[in-house]
Design a protein around this ligand. Structure first.
Ligand code: PEP
Ligand code: MN
Length: 360
């Protein structure tokens, strides 16, 4: 899928130079609930109203959505408020029903993106559509699976595509419900700079107190919009209660968010930036030079081990390096997670070099 300029046309058509705001409840619960939220959101920065009709639940027995009846409520929202309407689709039947009810934006949920059969079925059902189709990232941190899903939709001649970043599942508990792993959407953005990318801070944080912070991070990273779960009575929501906020809280958050410019064309900014970048480039060069030297020494160690028939991996030495570097890194203001990641990569490269020496 080449980087296609048509990608961002629907976005610029909707909101010029402002983040696109999608808001509404996690789930449509009753007609009254849906309409009440929508009326509070009209005449604001929100341009698309979201509500889940079919809910993918981790365990059976929870609220699994009101089903097709909810589409009638969404149609009423559009008629009464002028907001565009959005819902999640997970199979061809959902797509057909959503199209019959003139839903404007269809999103594919994280649990569906992981399944190429399901994405293909949805892509086929949407063939050639001009509706806006947003693909959430897969639950697992796998960029190629996300891109694969996009390719299926693109190949189905779907014109108005975008993605939603909602974070990734982890086995271990972190401070997020779904870890953002920002490097993954950043890599996607750099591969497809014209693909609209929207952040879903609700599913990333799982916690209404952190929506503002993650929304700001997304805008700082040039995201094009936000999808924020909004409910008139969040604590009583039938799903995802802890992460929903009231329309008023949403307005306060939106008012406080700072929209960053892509760049600044003043000479002062460009000159200062350039000076700093020259320094960074020089340091990067030195880093590579030193890494090259380190690998030459690793080769010599490899030769020595080969001569004495000693195993390449020396776990004690490796543990010692990690301990020393974490300690030293901390003194330089570098996080433990970063040092570990960095030295794992360096250590792996040394092993690869020594393996080559062993094979000779
Ligand atoms: C949702 O948006 O309500 C939802 C189910 O999201 P996700 O697919 O990101 O879990
Ligand atoms: Mn939800």
């Amino acid at each position: 899928m080449e980087n296609n300029n048509i990608f961002n046309q629907w976005l610029t058509g909707l909101k010029k130079n402002k983040p696109l705001i999608i808001a509404g409840p996690c789930s449509a619960e009753t007609e009254t609930q849906v309409l009440q939220i929508a009326h509070e959101l009209k005449n604001s920065e929100v341009s698309i109203f979201r509500a889940g009709i079919w809910k993918p639940r981790t365990r059976p027995g929870g609220f699994e959505g009101v089903g097709a009846i909810g589409l009638k409520w969404l149609q009423k929202v559009k008629k009464e408020t002028g907001l565009k309407i959005a819902t999640e689709v997970a199979n061809a039947t959902h797509v057909q029903l959503a199209l019959e009810h003139d839903v404007d934006v269809l999103w594919i949920g994280a649990r569906t993106t992981v399944n190429p059969f399901a994405v293909q079925e949805i892509a086929d059902a949407l063939y050639g559509t001009h509706k806006i189709v947003l693909l959430k990232n897969p639950v697992n941190p796998d960029l190629s699976l996300w891109i694969g899903g996009l390719e299926r939709l693109h190949n189905a001649n779907i014109k108005n595509l975008g993605v939603i970043h909602r974070g990734f599942s982890t086995y271990e508990k972190t401070k997020y419900r779904n870890n953002p792993e920002w490097q993954i959407p950043i890599e996607l953005q750099s591969k497809f700079p014209n693909l609209p990318i929207i952040c879903d801070p609700s599913h990333i944080t799982g916690n209404r107190n952190r929506i503002q912070e993650v929304s700001q991070q997304a805008l700082d990273l040039n995201f094009n919009g936000l999808m924020i779960e909004t409910h008139c009575s969040p604590d009583n929501a039938w799903s995802d209660a802890a992460q929903q906020i009231t329309p008023n809280t949403l307005f306060t958050i939106l008012k406080e968010l700072k929209c960053r410019k892509i760049t600044d064309n003043t000479d002062d900014y460009l000159q200062k930036l350039n000076t700093l970048r020259v320094q960074i480039d020089a340091i990067d060069e030195k880093l590579l030079e030193n890494l090259g030297k380190r690998m030459q020494i690793a080769n010599k160690i490899g030769l020595l081990k080969k001569e004495k028939n000693v195993a390449i991996l020396q776990n004690n030495r490796w543990k010692e390096i990690q301990k020393k570097m974490i300690f030293s890194g901390k003194e330089k203001g570098l996080s433990e997670a970063f040092i570990l990641q960095l030295f794992k990569a360096i250590h792996q490269e040394s092993i690869t070099h020594q393996e080559k020496v062993f094979k000779k």
